[in-house]
Every structure is written in structure tokens, then in C-alpha cells.
Ligand binder design. Structure first.
Ligand SMILES: Nc1ncnc2c1ncn2[C@@H]1O[C@H](COP(=O)(O)OP(=O)(O)OP(=O)(O)O)[C@@H](O)[C@H]1O
Ligand SMILES: O=P(O)(O)OC[C@H]1O[C@H](OP(=O)(O)OP(=O)(O)O)[C@H](O)[C@@H]1O
Ligand SMILES: O=C(O)c1cccnc1
Length: 484
């Protein structure tokens, strides 16, 4: 999708920090950053990680063009031309680890880890968070919709309301990886191979003298895939009867009307009535599509009311994540080079949730061997072997350490994958259908109480003893230095 560089798709303060490092001669010092979010969106019990493909594309094409350099040369900061020459030759040479797209992820987990010079790690922060936050948000919203309509067809209809083209296209992809079946956006279909679907708008009906004529003309033009919007005038007295007449005409030609679409009114009532009318006309195969500002809550309610809807068209609420329009993912420095040695670093905050966890960390998903279900995620340092070797493992809550339990007979699945090593892409991006299948497998690994839409159980994300102790030690050191 994006082949040109997005090098300037960064906040100015990144360039200013990089510049100040360069002036100080510290820009090549090594640093490790981790990206994570603190709070799950929509009150959901999990998030669906997405954005990695875009991040890979971004880093692979990360170069400042001549016009980028020229633009930077005109800034009020008056960057030294020698610095701009450094940027002109910039290439990402670091390491990047990330969890796979489609993975179920939880607060405070290092979803992406960047190891490199402070210069390169700092430069990519803004774009990384931009891609991860948006796509993870939409994939999570889509997953919520899918949970309430597991066996129905879900169509992504959001392009007209998305926050511009990139959001429509990458949002369509995020929806598909979480279980949507198709998108109305043809560009997303072309780029990502997502199946595409479309009915017609009210304007088609309005542009003819009668609804019946409009339906017949549409059916004649597209006999292999006809879906008729039945609510332009009156759904039950005009739209459905005219759709039935059109279906009969199609039958005479050996074709079948695929579906009718309801886009206003009481969707439960209208769908039940329409279903009866279609069935009584001998058209049980004609499916019913519903749209109109749907989200997981309306769909859940409509189903509870007995709505006879086979296919849901979901637009605005999904693509804009209307009830929570941003995921608060952050990117924090966890190690820095000091006198040639890497050392952990912490950010203290009066808000305990905002205190960072020092040191580069892995995520191990602890899965019960017997049930195959995930018990907890265990955050530990790369050198720690205890959980990896399968020995008895003590889990405790990092905020309330007295909440503890021991686990045996488990396997520990390492969630992060190596994506870039010394700037080389070493990860083969999975196909979108592989990601979709992986997401499905991930869901199977969790008990339903973590997956329910309302008040889900909180899944355990625990620190290793060593990671927890290091955090306490650095907090105490900091407090010691700042005591009155
Ligand atoms: N039976 C139902 N129970 C709960 N919500 C419903 C039901 N039927 C429709 N809805 C939802 O209620 C909202 C109705 O919105 P609104 O009143 O704007 O639509 P409308 O007047 O029917 O149609 P239009 O879009 O033409 O204005 C939509 O979000 C729709 O999905
Ligand atoms: O409601 P959404 O979930 O975003 O789904 C997409 C909507 O887009 C179309 O109508 P549009 O909103 O353009 O006009 P309308 O609401 O007046 O029909 C379509 O008929 C749906 O209602
Ligand atoms: O195909 C449709 O019915 C459609 C597509 C986009 C938005 N609303 C409806």
C-alpha cells in the first residue's frame, strides 16, 4: 500500500531530541524501548494486536528524501547542515520484536520492543504508536462485534465515515483479521485480498419512477449477485413485496435473489415480518441484511429480540471506534547505554499505573497442558529460564503481591517474534488469512469468561520475581535520592 517513505511522519520533538543527542555526541548510544497499552478499550477483556504489517512496511522504507531534508533545513530550529546530512543517509539498523497480528494481548505487556541507537529508536516512536494504536483498536472493536454474531456474516461498511482513507483501508483489514467476512471498500479488497461485497443505495431507487422498476433494472444488470435495499419508501408495504416480485422474475431466469437490506426502522420487527413474507413466498433462501449505525450492543439486542438477520453491515461505529476513539498505547525507554553497558531505566509517576517496568522483557503465555487454556501471561527478562523450562512457577500480582498462585504442568509460549535483526527483515509476514486463522486459534486458548462482552474476568499478567524486584529496587533508589 505505502511504498514512499514516511520518515517525516513523526513528531517534531523526536527530531529535536535526536538533534540534541547529536550535538551532545550521544545519538549513537544504544537504547531499548517497549510499546504497550495500560488499559483495555471498550471494557473488553482482551485486545487484538494489529498494525505490524504496516510497521514493517514503514521501517523497510524509512529514508529521508531530498525534499524531506530540504524541509527540515527550513525549520525554526536551524538544524546544523551536517546533522541533516546524517539524516539523509539514515537507515534503520536496529532490532525489532513484536507479537504477531491477531494475538490476544493485555495491558502492560511489551507488544513491540525496539533495540537500537537512541536516534533510530526515538525516530520511529510516533509512527509505530500511530499504526499499533489505531489498528489494534479497530481489530478489538471488530472482535467484540464478532463475539455477538459468531455465526452470522459481517460486512465492514465504514469507509464513508472513517477518519480518512488510510483509516478506512487499514481499518477494513483490522476488521477482517478479527473475523469480519468482507468489506465494501474495493481498494482494501485489491490491496489485501479481502472479499468485497455491495448492495445498492437509496439513490438507485430514487433515480427511477418506481421502486419495482429500480429493482428489476438492478436485477437484470447484476443477476448473479442481487441485493435489494427495501426501505426507500415503505419496507413492508412496498419494499419487500417488490423484492419478492423481482425474486420471482430472477427465478424464471434460473437465478436467485441473494438478499434484501433493511436500513431503518425497527430492525427486529421488520426483519421478522420480512422473513415471514419471504418464506411464505417460497423464498427461504433470500437472506436479510441489516445496517444503520450498528455496533456490538445493538446487534446483541436485536438478536435477543429474535431479529431474523443473517448479515450485518457495520460502518461508523466500528471504523471510528465511536465509544472509545483511541487506544492509549505508549512507548517507553526501558534500558539505556551508560559507559558502554546497558542498564535498566525507570520512569516514576505519582500514578502507580504509570511507573514503567525497567529492562527489556519477553511475554510468556502460560498455557495449561491439560485444558489447553491460557492461565496467565508472565513477563520476564530474556535470560530467565524458570518459566521456559516448565518448572513449578509462582505467579503473583505485581500490584498486590499477596495474590499468588503456583502452576505446574504448563507450557510457556513465547509471544514475541524477531521482526528485524540489525535492520534486516527476518520475519515473513503471514498472509491475512493466516492471521485470521491465528486469531481464531488464540480465542480458543481462552476461557469464555475472559472473552465476554460485559464485565469480563481480568486475565492475569504477572511479572517474574526478578523483574518485579528490579522495579522495586529502582523505585527505592529513586525515592532514596529524592527524600526530603
Ligand atoms: N429493535 C431495535 N432495538 C434496538 N435498536 C434498534 C432496533 N431497531 C433499530 N435499532 C437501532 O436504533 C437506531 C435507530 O436510529 P434512527 O432512529 O436514527 O434510525 P431510523 O430513524 O430508523 O432510520 P434513519 O437512519 O433513516 O434515520 C439505529 O442505531 C438502529 O440500528
Ligand atoms: O450506519 P453505518 O453503520 O455507518 O453503515 C453504513 C451506512 O451507510 C449507508 O448509509 P448512509 O449512512 O450514507 O446514509 P443513511 O444513514 O441516510 O442511509 C448505509 O445505508 C448504512 O446505513
Ligand atoms: O453495500 C452496501 O450496502 C453499503 C456499503 C457501504 C455503506 N453502506 C452500505
Amino acid at each position: 500500500m505505502q511504498s514512499s517513505s514516511l520518515a517525516l511522519h513523526t513528531d517534531k520533538y523526536q527530531i529535536n531530541m535526536i538533534y540534541a543527542h547529536w550535538v551532545n555526541g550521544t545519538h549513537e548510544r544504544k537504547a531499548v524501548f517497549e510499546a504497550y497499552f495500560r488499559k483495555l478499550p471498550f471494557g473488553n477483556g482482551y485486545a487484538v494486536f494489529a498494525g505490524l504489517e504496516r510497521i514493517v512496511q514503514y521501517i523497510s522504507h524509512l529514508q529521508f528524501s531530498d525534499s524531506d531534508i530540504e524541509f527540515l533545513g527550513r525549520q525554526e530550529e536551524n538544524y546544523d547542515p551536517a546533522f541533516l546530512e546524517l539524516l539523509r543517509n539514515f537507515q534503520f539498523k536496529g532490532n525489532l520484536y513484536a507479537v504477531p497480528e491477531g494475538a490476544l494481548v493485555f495491558p502492560s505487556e511489551p507488544l513491540i520492543r525496539v533495540e537500537g541507537t537512541i536516534m533510530e529508536a526515538q525516530l520511529i516512536e510516533t509512527a509505530l504508536l500511530n499504526f499499533m494504536n489505531f489498528q489494534t483498536l479497530i481489530a478489538t472493536k471488530a472482535s467484540r462485534v464478532k463475539r455477538v454474531a459468531e455465526n452470522d456474516v459481517l460486512l465492514e461498511f465504514g469507509s464513508r465515515r472513517a477518519q480518512e482513507a488510510d483509516a478506512a483501508i487499514w481499518g477494513a483489514r483490522a476488521a477482517y483479521l478479527s473475523g469480519f467476512d468482507a468489506t465494501s471498500n474495493l481498494l482494501a479488497g485489491e490491496i489485501f485480498g479481502i472479499p468485497t461485497k455491495g448492495t445498492h443505495a437509496h439513490s438507485w431507487v430514487q433515480s427511477f419512477d418506481s421502486e419495482l422498476e429500480a429493482f428489476e433494472r438492478f436485477a437484470e444488470a447484476l443477476p448473479d449477485q442481487v441485493s435489494l435495499l427495501v426501505d426507500t419508501f415503505d419496507t413492508l408495504s412496498s419494499g419487500v413485496p417488490n423484492a419478492i416480485k423481482t425474486a420471482k422474475l430472477l427465478e424464471n431466469k434460473g437465478k436467485r435473489l441473494s438478499s434484501i437490506r433493511l436500513d431503518s426502522g425497527d430492525l427486529a420487527y421488520l426483519s421478522m415480518k420480512a422473513r415471514t413474507m419471504l418464506d411464505e413466498a417460497g423464498l427461504p433462501y433470500v437472506q436479510i441484511v441489516a445496517s444503520n449505525d450498528l455496533d456490538e450492543n445493538t446487534i446483541f439486542n436485536l438478536k435477543a429480540q429474535g431479529a431474523k438477520i443473517d448479515i450485518w453491515g457495520v460502518g461508523t461505529q466500528l471504523i471510528t471506534a465511536a465509544d472509545q476513539p483511541a487506544l492509549g498505547g505508549v512507548y517507553k525507554l526501558v534500558e539505556r547505554e551508560r559507559n558502554g553497558v546497558m542498564e535498566p531505566t525507570i520512569k516514576i509517576s505519582a500514578n502507580p499505573e504509570k511507573v514503567t517496568t525497567p529492562g527489556r522483557k519477553d511475554i510468556l503465555r502460560i498455557v495449561d497442558e491439560e485444558s489447553g487454556k491460557a492461565i496467565a501471561d508472565y513477563i520476564c527478562f530474556p535470560h530467565e529460564q524458570q518459566a521456559r523450562s516448565g518448572g513449578k512457577l509462582r505467579l503473583f500480582d505485581p500490584v498486590h503481591p499477596y495474590l499468588k498462585k503456583s502452576v505446574k504442568n504448563y507450557k510457556a509460549i513465547s509471544m514475541q517474534q524477531q521482526i528485524f535483526v540489525d535492520g534486516e527483515l527476518v520475519y515473513e509476514l503471514p498472509t491475512l488469512d493466516t492471521i485470521r486463522a491465528y486469531h481464531k486459534e488464540q480465542l480458543q486458548m481462552f476461557w469464555p469468561e475472559y472473552l465476554r462482552k460485559l464485565n469480563p474476568e481480568k486475565y492475569r499478567v504477572n511479572l517474574s520475581q526478578e523483574a518485579w524486584e528490579l522495579k522495586q529496587k529502582l523505585i527505592e533508589e529513586y525515592m532514596g535520592q529524592h527524600e526530603d
